[in-house]
Design a protein around this ligand. Sequence first.
Ligand code: PMV
Length: 290
Amino acid sequence: MKHTAKANVNIALVKYWGKKDIEWNLPLTSSLSLTLDAFYTETTVAYDPKLTQDQLFIDDVEITGGEFLRVSKYMDKVRKLYNIPYYAVIHSYNFVPKKAGLASSSSAFAALAYAATKAYNLELDKKELSSLARLGSGSASRSIYEGLAVWHEGSDHLTSYAEHLTNMDDLALIVCLIDESPKKVNSTEAMNRLNDYPDLKELWVLSTKDAFNDMKDAIIENDFERIGGIAESHASLMHYIIQETGVSYLTDASFKVMDLTEKIRNEGIPVYYTMDAGANVKILTKKKYV
Ligand code: PMV
């Protein structure tokens, strides 16, 4: 009744921002991401009939409070869906800076979904595992796969899952670590603000649908400049939208890195920036330009 699983962080090139169903974590739109091979989470789940509640350790430190509650509530959902009668001791190791906009929740909940079901001898196929990871953190649905993955928005629990799209082995992502401190507003709280801004929400949904279709075409055509351009303008739009709802994740240092990226690009090197719910800037390029 014990299993260890590993999952890697992914970074969205077409972002997920906003939910159409908060309880089931169904997104407003489909999204598309690149899984990174350098950053990952390794999690062991050990069920124990003697326990009266879950126990969580992250990097060997026992976790209580809000972070523990988020995980134990997630485990309650897993237990309910799969009739698992036991609480568990969970040990998780992050090979990624925690909560710094590097989407460590993507790898964390993907590894947890896998370990929590395997430890009970359940063999979920990847689609179902992806749906289960999604319940913990939307972006985790995409961390089930390597390379490029698409998360289909779907209309209910089992139709909202991610699938592997392709591997583009010459892609590289440079993470510019600007700020390792936890983010001020968590992504769920920030994205739910969009519900108070119907016009902004409509603009976001329509633009994201366009960006998603354009990105898929650009990937099929293997057109790196187009892939980078779509990713960059889409990330900028997301941060404009976030800003309009009263949250701001980017700092002066983020803007400096973005400016520098454009400058380097104007000198002829294909580099494109993207940012998530934090100040760090990720630069998409090809391996030969790193
Ligand atoms: O999975 P969450 O709830 O942490 O949300 C992730 C949101 C972004 O990282 C900003 C975008 C994305 O698609 O990963």
